[in-house]
Structures are given as structure tokens and as C-alpha cells.
Design a protein around this ligand. Structure first.
Ligand code: DP6
Length: 335
């Protein structure tokens, strides 16, 4: 089947209330994959992008996969294929005429990977929209994107939990099977300080399982509703001074849970700790940190802070650090 080239762009998101722990579900039931133990909240970014292109080739009976201009690992290829089938199954459409003709799926990121920018979130959000455009046509996919993204969000979630929060922006709340946009337009900077690009020893997918074994886990679940309410109020009143300490507490709690789980995961390295200590108490700052399951540090602010971060890093004698400056955005685009 011939079709017009599909191009999709989606951005990662940074969570202020973290998804850390999955509900135990039947592994054979793909509909319940990656259901979270708690609601989470994030800001979708705009500069960092995963771009997915899907187009017909002249090689019948084949799908050509390229990730960052290279053939993906067998494992990544299987994940992409599984997601493609998941999307076609959901819309009860037939993939075989496309495969018979032959087509390509190329995915590229414009940002450093494996650094704490959630590349799986932007990749699965982009693939979900791209595969939907392939299954239903661009017009229907565009309508789904602009008026009710629940189906797209739940599909993306089954690829990678945090991906369900990358189908809209800037502020997105994930509860239950899918995420929804909050009626908030506040736009913040997210500046990422990259202190290490090494792959984490315990991937997030294992971290989620280990989290539920932590003695701190149930206490965290009990504390989250009140913290979430306070974070929402701070966002509504656009009070960064109120928001900051709450998100820092939330980030540190994720790491306390990760460290005390079985297996224990210590994602922070000496340079992370040195930097966090050099920041001093939140009352003296107008930029605030959050951390994902890795050593690199995200900072939220209302103004650009790259130069300040650079100065602190240089004063501390940090070597080989990098800074990625990003900004709140509105979700994916389909071309
Ligand atoms: C710490 O979405 O990467 O970034 O569902 O197994 O793909 P899977 O996990 P993933 O977990 C992200 C965890 C986090 C917090 C967050 O983004 O909410």
C-alpha cells in the first residue's frame, strides 16, 4: 500500500511528581502495561525532539528500522515492532499491506541520549502518533491529537509509562490509564546539567519493580496526595518559591526509595552530590532542582540560568559537564 511520507516530532517531559513504581498486572495483558502506583505530573519540553519519519520503500516484504541513523539493537527493534503491532491492533487495522509493499521507520533525537532527558518518553509519544497516522491516515490522527488524545496517551503508556505525558503540554497529569492536559499555561525553563553520560546499571524498568520493595515506599504513597495538591496550587498561583522546595523534596524522595529498595539503586554520583550541596538552601535561590533516575540534574526557573550553573560547575572543578537548556512546550506535531 502506498502512502505519503509521515513525519512526527515529540518532546520528552520532566516530571515534578514522579512515576516510580508500577502496579502488578498480568504480563499477558498488554492493556495494563505500565500502570503506575501513583498519579504523576510533568512539564512537556519543546527544544529536545524525537523525530520519527515513516515512508514507503522499494523493498517489498520488509520494514527498515533506523535509530540515530543506525540499525537499532535487536532488543530496540523488537520494542518498536511490538509498538507498531500494538497500535495497529488497537485500531483494528491491518499492517500486512504496508509490509508487503515495504516501508521504513527512522527515528532521531536532537538531544544527548541516556542523560536524563527521557528519550523513551519522546520516542514512544512520536511513534504512537506516527503509527496512528499510518494506520488511520494523517487527517484522522490529527483530529485525535487535537480533540481527545486519551487513546494516543494510553497507547504511548504501554510503550513506556512516562511517554503518556508527552502527547500534550505544557502541564500534564497522569492518573490511571492515560494522561490529560491541565488548564495551566505557565511556561518555565528546564535546564539540564549533565555530569555523566554513562548508562545506568539499574534501568528504570527494574527500578520501578525494586521501588515497591523499599520500606519507604508505602510512606511515600501516603504523603503524595497532599504534596501533589500543594504542587498543583503552586502551579496555579505561579509561585516558583512555593513550588521549588516541594519538587526538590519529591526528587530526593525518589532517590531515597531507589536506594532502599531491593536491589538497591544509587543513581547519584559524587559530582551530583557536590553540585546539590553547593546550591545551598532553596530559600536563597530562584531556580530549583529535580532529578530523574540518573545522576544529571534538571533545574526549573523563570529565566535562563545556564551561565550561573556553568559558574558553579567550574568553581567546583567539575570536568566534562554539559548543559542543555530547554523550555516548556505544547506537545507533538504531525507533518
Ligand atoms: C524517574 O517511563 O522510563 O523518569 O514505564 O518502564 O518505560 P517505563 O519507565 P519510565 O520511567 C520514568 C521514571 C522517572 C520519573 C517520571 O518520569 O515520572
Amino acid at each position: 500500500m502506498s502512502f505519503e511520507k509521515i513525519k512526527v516530532q515529540a518532546s520528552p517531559n520532566i516530571a515534578l511528581i514522579k512515576y516510580w513504581g508500577k502496579l502488578e498486572t498480568d504480563p499477558k495483558n498488554d492493556f495494563d502495561r505500565n500502570l503506575a502506583t501513583n498519579p504523576s505530573l510533568s512539564m512537556t519540553l519543546s527544544r529536545a525532539l524525537t523525530e520519527v519519519e515513516i515512508f514507503p520503500t522499494t523493498k517489498p516484504n520488509s520494514i527498515e528500522f533506523l535509530v540515530q541513523n543506525k540499525p537499532p539493537t535487536e532488543n530496540d527493534k523488537l520494542k518498536i515492532e511490538k509498538h507498531l503491532n500494538r497500535v495497529f491492533d488497537f485500531f483494528k487495522t491491518d499492517l500486512s499491506p504496508f509490509v508487503e509493499k515495504g516501508f521504513a521507520i527512522h527515528s532521531t533525537n536532537n538531544f544527548p541520549m541516556g542523560t536524563g532527558m527521557a528519550s523513551s518518553a519522546s520516542a514512544f509519544a512520536a511513534m504512537t502518533l506516527g503509527f496512528t497516522a499510518l494506520a488511520l491516515g494523517k487527517d484522522k490522527a490529527q483530529i485525535m491529537l487535537s480533540s481527545g488524545v486519551q487513546d494516543l496517551s494510553q497507547l504511548a503508556r504501554r510503550g513506556s509509562g512516562s511517554a503518556c505525558r508527552s502527547l500534550e503540554g505544557p502541564w500534564v497529569f497522569w492518573e490511571g490509564p492515560s494522561a490529560r492536559k491541565l488548564p495551566l499555561e505557565w511556561k518555565l525553563f528546564d535546564t539540564l546539567l549533565i555530569v555523566s553520560k554513562e548508562h545506568k546499571k539499574i534501568p528504570s524498568s527494574l527500578g520501578h519493580v525494586a521501588a515497591t520493595t523499599s520500606p519507604l515506599f508505602s510512606k511515600r504513597q501516603l504523603a503524595l496526595p497532599l504534596r501533589s495538591q500543594k504542587i498543583l496550587e503552586a502551579l496555579e498561583s505561579q509561585s516558583l518559591a512555593t513550588l521549588g522546595p516541594l519538587i526538590e523534596q519529591e526528587a530526593l524522595e525518589l532517590h531515597a526509595v531507589a536506594r532502599s529498595g531491593n536491589p538497591s539503586a544509587d543513581y547519584l554520583i559524587t559530582d551530583t552530590l557536590k553540585f546539590l550541596e553547593a546550591l545551598g538552601p532553596p530559600e536563597r535561590r530562584d531556580f530549583f532542582f529535580t532529578l530523574d533516575a540518573g545522576p544529571n540534574i534538571h533545574f526549573l526557573s523563570v529565566r535562563p540560568i545556564q551561565n550561573e550553573l556553568k559558574k558553579i560547575a567550574i568553581n567546583l572543578g567539575l570536568k566534562n559537564f554539559e548543559i542543555w537548556e530547554d523550555y516548556a512546550g505544547h506537545g507533538p506535531k504531525l507533518f
